[in-house]
Write a new protein. Structure first.
Length: 107
């Protein structure tokens, strides 16, 4: 499993952290779309199907080109969701570790 994971990360030209954030961004987009179907209608499918080269070009294009107000809003929403998602996941991990720690101390 680890060998396959490393091969996948090499294929998509991402580090583990970059891949994790990329997936979390897509999950956040899907949650936004689930709540408000008119937003981000093809965001997740586009991000999943893009090649590593397309992803790198898109990141550069977003930084260099003028983007529409709606695109800026969507990016801001995704950024907020990404940060909220990270906070929730880290909080859950800390809570899980605290519960594990308390459980081991009680024994």
């Amino acid at each position: 499993m680890i060998k396959q994971s490393k091969a996948h990360l090499t294929e998509v030209k991402m580090s583990y952290g970059e891949h994790w954030l990329h997936v979390l961004e897509i999950v956040c987009a899907l949650l936004i779309h689930a709540a408000i179907p008119a937003l981000l209608t093809d965001y997740a499918s586009t991000r999943i199907s893009e090649t590593p080269e397309e992803r790198l070009l898109r990141k550069g294009a977003i930084c260099k080109s003028s983007i529409t107000r709606q695109q800026r809003l969507q990016l801001a929403i995704l950024d907020i969701c990404l940060y909220i998602g990270v906070v929730i996941i880290v909080s859950a991990m800390v809570a899980g570790l605290a519960m594990y720690w308390n459980h081991t101390i009680e024994k």
